[in-house]
Design a protein around this ligand. Sequence first.
Ligand code: MOS
Length: 735
Amino acid sequence: MSAAAPEPRANMGAPEPRIDGRLKVSGRALYPSDVRMENPAFAFLLTSAIARGRITGMDLSAAEAVPGVLAVLTHENTSELKKVGYSPTGGGASTSVQELGPEIFHDGQIVAMAVAETFEAAREAANAIRVTYEETPPSAGFDAPGVEVEEVGKGRKGWLNVGDADAAVAQAEVSVDAEYETPTQHHNPIELFTTTCLWEGEQLIVLEPSQFVYGLRRAVAERLDMADKDVRVISRFVGGAFGSKAQMTPRTSLVALAAKRLGRPVKLVATRDQGFTIATYRAETRHRVKLGARRDGRLTGYVHEGMELTSRPDSYSVGGTEDTGRLYAFGSVRTAVSVVHADRNTPGFMRSPPVVPYVYALESAMDELAVKLGMDPVELRRINDTGTDVTGKNYSSRSLMACYDEAAAAFGWAHRTPQPGSMSEGDWLVGWGCASTMYPTHTASATVRLRLEADGGLLVQAASHDLGTGAYTVLGQTAAEALGVPMERVRVELGDSTLPAAPTAGGSNNTASLCSAILKAADGIRAKLRQAARDQGGEGETNDLPALLERLGLEFVEDTAEFIPKGAGPESIKALHEGRSTLTGGSRGEKLVYAMGAEFVEVRVHRLTREVRATRAVGAFAGGRIVNTRTAHSQLMGGLIWGIGSALHEATEIDARLGRYINDNLAEYLVPVNADIGQVEVIMVPEEDTYVNPAGVKGLGELANVGTAAAVTNAIHHATGIRIRDLPVRIEKLL
Ligand code: MOS
């Protein structure tokens, strides 16, 4: 045991090392673009130089004259690609702008793809294409003239609204009314956006890093007007995704079409800067939050109006008020969400999409309220802790205050002096802040096949996904424990649409859904063995299942389980095969199901230069059963680090005149490095919840980077007395 492999506490599994760890560190884990092909051709994208307008002409003569060029795809020669519907909730298409033009909806829209014998020739050819545009000045952000505001949610599901929260706040003894902003952010997984396609007769094989191989298969089949069975998607390893690889983006069908026309494999590895515009991102948001409370700290009202940026044609929104509106005993709640249509690419999922911006705003306002009340911020949360939301719905389990207690003790919170600027060390002002985190527990319908072999081997197969999270390990571990097989005898096969259907690896549902399916399949195997033993007139009750197989003269026994969570019906299995995941949970069912946590951050702000350092972070988290304390620790620690980065470093800068991202590279898109992160301590708080799903798992992948930004800005306020309400915090805001 070590800090990275914590001793399991109650309801936690062993810190098994990653079963794919050796493959990864030795370079033998083949990511989709690493797979060798016979006679590949290489593709390079050309993207739009304007953010709004129309292509009026394309001159391909110079491009086609580049030695080695094989094909140039443009909107003029790709009309056989079918239109596909935009799918804001997953699966399907990431944007309705799948075609190459002639309409231009955003800067960096793909307008052509050159294919050549070499990568270099393809790049030269792509850059030799002469495009002429008819340009319209773009509206790039919230404040640009020409944006269109749309109130979303009304009629679709309606946002949480109970009581008269505005009146409650207006009449409150103490109140806060503040506005907050979060910036555009881009997920930059180390693995770029790649697609390799080859055809075997009528069959299309797509190698692409994917969070949902069944969803990608369906969407590509639709775009190419093919049957699902004729498309196979393979994605055995994914080098980071964070939501960016959950849907079909425009590049995939272009590569498929080029491979078909050329009769040879075509490989595309898009560049880092292209990744900013050919995939999705976290949109900038604005919030107005009002909180009302009694003198004793009891909340009486919560108003949260959110505004989110989106593209011109698509209404993507995250609407995190559905979750934040349940966090405390608010008394009354009014929430509303609008989207603002601008000339930008369509945003999409990015780690903890709904809660990251909305919890940041709420948890900042809670800290402002604590200051106004002259109350310890932890006490304010304790006073307003609740097992029931404003609609009367109960939490299946909730360990928020247990998390606060453990994290506060580990952090040394009791030594804090509340007055801003009251703690310092030399020239450094020291600030301590805290915030809550929450993430809705999602469970999806899933299928999995287990095969137990007489020689003691166990095979786990599902079209599931390991994004670097440790899915291979926790799924193997769950199957091994369920059937009493040692870990080293387990083989796990994931990431191939020829395997049993599994949901999108998104919304942190993967461990909960797949482990529940595995438990069901393990039961199926035991039942089959009992039946076989009875048929032979023998005894079927044993812990040594391989020995029983041997005795029965069976080479192996196999079971494919179809798991359907509470709140989903049998039709969800059919939907899954058709590339649609049914994610249940959060606030949608009979009970509220959420993972929660408490985060404490120490910052130091230099008295003179105002440089900010995040020197310590402690997070305590409760997520139901922890299958593997090592992989869970890694997810939670990574989340805390991302959370600190989102407060202090991360932002995509936009040139408003051009509607263009200007720091679209890893040199200028700031993310924390080791020197930016001090001590990070992760505590896993035991929690048992038999209601959520058979595995008792709540999911942790998106829990820890929520609330962190507020903990950082709350700490900065404690250090300096300055309240920063727009992220990221930069030195100039503290001068
Ligand atoms: Mo995650 S943003 O649900 O892939």
